[in-house]
Ligand binder design. Structure first.
Ligand code: G3I
Length: 448
């Protein structure tokens, strides 16, 4: 697949209006999505994705707009990829990987070797037969996705809860204590470019379980067993709150010479309390240089494996929650909504409204994603329309942060309520995905 990037700049029409208006957020260039804001911090912001939900337009629009990493929620697991021994099925996992490629997102592979979600044939194996089946599974799956995976959860949840610090008993563990390092060595041989992670829950603070993982990583590093990262699932609720030593725990693992990643973040709750906890988790990652990304375990509350706890960043209708704004702000991004109420003392004289639109393209054979930045002139906008002309055969398939009139030819993209107001010289962004050839260098921006 060949990609190219281009920047097109277009200009302006004006409209004369008068009157006072709100003071608007002053952040002219701040990112307005989770992924873009995280990228500004040298990190990714990802979500778990379920293949069967990609046809849900609300779900898909948020995915395409907000996230630059995806983790298949169930589709890469052993039961999904090798339902019959030796017969591999990648249909739904390929669907997710293809979507990730189309939106420029990384992929976290999840999970090669795990005691849970094994196909029944594997559950019934033991000893050498199971060990060989595991090695073959890791080889085949990692080879299928070779070159497309940023980080693999090679081994998932292999340590026991509680104070023992022991390995979890499982059929894999009973094949011998070396099963974890065998899985890592096998994954490295199959896909040398992927980062190889150990992933677990209840390891988010310093405790007997995380101490045991820490000892394993220390040992692997000392003996040259390939391991590049440790994933901290970070499923939080009242019974399992964000630990006060979360950042310190991430840092002590990073100090071993591995990356650390927040891999399945969700926080049960609502409102300000939930938002503050999300911000604290985000800030902990930002404070650790080797924390290279955060993944939330689903998009809308209703997509969650524990939906009743409303643990995610978007409500069931796809509206961003307070937790979303808290994470976006922690990442240095901003929504484009007014930051304060209108005030007579901030009125400005009437002026000629104008805007420009800058279009950045990410293209590949048969499709493209366009990110359009609308910048106000010297006078604040209350709304805008940017018109992009598509070549024959091209069509808009998905739009975010704007409403598209039509899908072919000259397509007019108009603001939605929250990003219509733009302060003088400030910008807001919208985007769209299309099939066919990328747009021509003709576009206009109409100010209101
Ligand atoms: O697809 C079948 C459907 O055909 C059937 O009718 C239905 C009846 O139960 O089940 C459906 O499969 C469910 C699957 O999710 C897809 O929705 C399984 O029962 C259900 O067990 C499975 O749950 C997943 C869970 O892992 C299994 O352990 C969750 O979606 C998934 O979010 C969760 O993810 C795990 C991570 O992999 C590891 N860390 C913990 C995390 C949360 O439990």
């Amino acid at each position: 697949m060949r990609r190219s990037h281009a920047i097109l700049t277009v200009l302006t029409t004006g409209a004369l209006t008068a009157g006072s208006f709100a003071v608007l957020s002053p952040s002219a260039d701040a990112a307005t999505t989770l992924g873009a804001a995280a990228a500004g911090k040298g990190r990714y912001f990802g979500t778990a994705v379920a293949a069967y939900k990609l046809s849900d337009s609300v779900y898909s629009t948020i995915l395409n707009r907000e996230f630059n990493s995806v983790t298949p929620e169930n589709e890469m697991k052993w039961d999904a990829t090798e339902p019959t021994q030796g017969t591999f099925t990648f249909t739904s996992s390929d669907t997710i990987v293809n979507r990730a490629v189309s939106i420029g997102a990384k992929v976290r592979g999840h999970a090669l070797a795990w005691h849970s979600q094994q196909p029944s044939w594997a559950q019934n194996l033991s000893g050498t037969a199971l060990r060989n089946a595991m090695v073959n599974h890791v080889t085949q799956v990692a080879t299928h996705f070779k070159g497309k995976i940023d980080s693999w959860d090679v081994v998932n949840e292999a340590f026991a809860d509680g104070s023992s610090g022991a390995r979890r008993d499982s059929n894999l563990q009973r094949t011998g204590n070396d099963w974890i390092e065998v899985a890592f060595r096998t994954a490295r041989a199959a896909d040398p470019a992927a980062k190889l992670c150990y992933n677990d829950y209840n390891t988010d603070g310093q405790n007997a379980k995380s101490n045991a993982v820490y000892a394993m990583v220390t040992d692997f590093k000392a003996r040259g067993v390939p391991i590049d990262c440790v994933g901290f699932q970070s499923h939080f609720n009242a019974a399992s709150p964000l630990p006060s030593d979360y950042q310190a725990n991430l840092q002590r693992f990073a100090n071993l010479g591995v990356d650390v990643q927040i891999t399945e973040l969700d926080i049960e709750g609502s409102g300000t309390t939930q938002a503050n906890t999300y911000a604290a988790a985000t800030n902990a990652c930002l404070a650790v240089t080797r924390c290279n990304g955060i993944t939330v375990w689903g998009i809308r509350d209703t997509d969650s494996w524990r939906a009743s706890g409303t643990p995610l960043l978007f409500d069931g209708n796809g509206n961003p929650k307070a937790a979303y704004t808290a994470v976006l702000n922690a990442l240095g991004g901003t929504t484009t909504s007014p930051s304060t109420s209108p005030s007579p003392s901030t009125s400005q004289p009437p002026g000629t409204k104008s805007c420009t639109a800058t279009v950045a393209l990410n293209t590949w054979t048969g499709g493209f994603v366009a990110t359009v930045k609308v910048t106000a002139g010297a006078t604040a906008l209350t709304g805008w329309t940017a018109t992009v002309t598509l070549p024959a055969g091209a069509a808009v398939s998905n739009t975010w942060n704007a409403t598209a009139a039509g899908s072919t030819g000259a397509v007019a993209f108009t603001n939605i309520a929250y990003n219509g107001p733009v302060a003088p010289s400030a910008s807001t962004e919208f985007g769209f995905q299309g099939t066919g050839s990328a747009p021509a260098t003709t576009a206009t921006c109409t100010a209101r």
